[in-house]
Design a protein around this ligand. Structure first.
Ligand code: ADP
Length: 501
């Protein structure tokens, strides 16, 4: 299938638009296409092939065939590493194309995408490349009469479903560890941000991945996503997205073949600023806590608790910093914050802002948008937010924070943990004993001391409570993509006696 050429901010970018199966871009079996739009203008960027359940069936059939093949079994682990490293090289070589695609599809600024999304994606792929030939089990000589060992085997066909907030990064988080461990992949991008995944498939071909080892079906959640989650021949699903969809995926697993499921879901992360904190540092990182990807981040620091002694000073500094953020077209050189990803997300965030006002919280800053064609919302601060208000309880996924006062450590730990989520939490203090005590008390998968929204591919990431199941990144991710096989070998053991005693 032919590629199309997109003109993005004066740059020509060639992009395949098909369903990627067995190393080829194909037309969708049902003959449908769908459009993706530029959230800065609301205008269509391009139409791409729209997969359905039958395309998923075909992709899974191919991924299974490759997984079972002698060639795949004989493909050396070191060659998987070579392919991943080559993919990372190609991403560096085509950095500007990937950047342009990611910016136009998501609304990210160059600053965010070039410093975060792309280096994070390339780093992830290189990191997992290093693991390919280091995946092995344990041996046990301690059992009398037998020798026992374990080996780590690939799980099989992995169905990967990713969201729209970090399309390239999530693509990398999902394909790299799966491929590293010797699995084959069928991945689905999010319907509003399918472009970088398509471009990556072309690079995957060039990098020397065996045809059919990674397959991509673009399309909607209710069709393609549900088909992956319900598929009888998918062995594992890794999902990043909303908690509502995470529940649907678990149910689909239970109703089909009990495929293994890992989930990386929502959050409502607390950010605690103690009276002894370095105030400038706390303000700087707390701004990043909500400004990163404009709050469209599952670990965004949306609940800020500030000790009453420094509350006024913190609020003053924080407000000043958020006020200085320039909102506008993400391709405009002087923009700090671009548009939100879609009309759906825009309406959802504005709905929460209205809800906050209705419930009696004080709108301290923002709450508005420029009213232009794109989906822009100004950084927003609510104060006087009660623990049971919706804006304190639910994930908004936008640039909206609730700032409250606290008196003592015990009280604030209680407030911070008063959530169904448990993805991340941060604290600001100069007291390292307190830092260790409080991070231990916080029920969250990732905790930060004197920084916020910092995630590195070499460290595990995932949630407590309703924020998810399993961990991504770091060596912990490898556990999700391997089955442990135990082998006992007889070294002189006799079978237990048979018959009456
Ligand atoms: P958000 O609400 O942030 O868009 P979703 O959880 O709806 O998050 O979407 C994350 C990913 O899950 C997207 O790729 C989407 O298409 C997919 N998805 C949505 N609904 C389902 C579903 N019922 N089954 C499987 N995947 C789905």
């Amino acid at each position: 299938m032919a590629s199309t050429t997109l003109k993005i901010n004066g740059r020509d970018v060639s992009l395949p638009t098909g369903i990627f199966i067995n190393g080829e871009f194909r037309k969708a079996i049902g003959g449908k296409t769908f459009a993706t739009e530029n959230p800065s203008t609301g205008e269509e960027i391009v139409k791409i092939q729209e997969g359905q359940a039958e395309d998923v069936d075909e992709a899974v059939r191919v991924a299974r065939k490759v997984f079972r093949s002698k060639e795949w079994a004989a493909f050396p682990a070191a060659d998987r590493a070579k392919a991943l490293n080559k993919l990372a090289d190609l991403m560096e070589e085509h950095f500007e194309d990937l950047l342009a695609l990611e910016m136009i599809d998501t609304g990210k600024t160059r600053t965010q995408a070039a410093n975060l999304d792309l280096p994070g994606s390339i780093g992830t792929i290189r990191y997992f490349a290093g693991w390919c030939d280091k995946i092995y089990g344990q041996s046990n000589f301690g059992v009398p009469g037998v020798f026992g060992y374990t080996k780590r085997e690939a799980v099989g066909v992995c169905g990967q479903i990713i969201p729209w907030n970090f399309p390239l990064l999530m693509f990398s988080w999902k394909i790299a560890p799966a491929f590293t461990c010797g699995n084959t992949v069928v991945i689905k991008s999010a319907e509003t941000t399918p472009l970088t995944a398509l471009y990556m498939c072309e690079l995957i071909n060039k990098a020397g991945f065996p045809a059919g080892s990674v397959n991509l079906v673009s399309g909607y959640g209710k069709t393609v996503g549900a088909a992956i989650a319900h598929h009888m021949d998918v062995d594992k699903v890794a999902f990043t997205g909303s908690t509502v969809t995470g529940r649907a995926i678990l149910k689909a697993s239970a109703a089909s073949n009990l495929k293994k499921v890992t989930l990386e879901l929502g959050g409502k992360s607390p950010n605690i600023v103690f009276a002894d904190a370095d105030l400038d540092q706390a303000v700087e990182w707390s701004v990043w806590g909500i400004h990163m990807n404009y709050g469209q981040t599952c670990h965004a620091g949306t609940r800020i608790y500030v000790h009453e002694d420094i509350y006024d000073k913190f609020l003053e500094g924080y407000t000043k910093a958020l006020k200085a953020i320039r909102v506008g077209d993400n391709f405009g050189g002087k923009t700090d914050q671009g548009p939100h990803n879609s009309k759906v997300q825009y309406d959802k965030i504005m709905g929460y802002i209205e809800q906050g006002k209705k419930e009696g919280a004080t709108l301290h800053l923002g709450g508005d948008s420029d009213g232009g064609k794109g989906y822009f919302i100004n950084p927003t601060i609510f104060t006087d937010v009660k623990p049971d208000m919706k804006i304190m309880k639910e994930e908004i996924f936008g640039p909206v924070v609730a700032i409250s006062k606290f008196k003592d450590e015990e009280e604030v730990i209680e407030l911070a943990n008063d959530t169904t989520y448990g993805l991340a939490a941060g604290i600001f203090t100069r007291d390292y004993e307190r830092a260790i005590r409080v991070t231990s008390a916080l029920k969250a998968g990732t905790t930060w001391v004197n920084l916020f929204n910092f995630v590195h591919w070499s460290m595990p990431f995932g949630g407590y409570k309703e924020s998810g199941i399993g961990r991504e990144c770091g060596d912990a991710a490898l556990e999700n993509y391997t089955e442990i096989k135990t082998v006992y070998m007889n070294m002189g053991a006799r079978a237990p006696p048979v018959g009456p005693s």
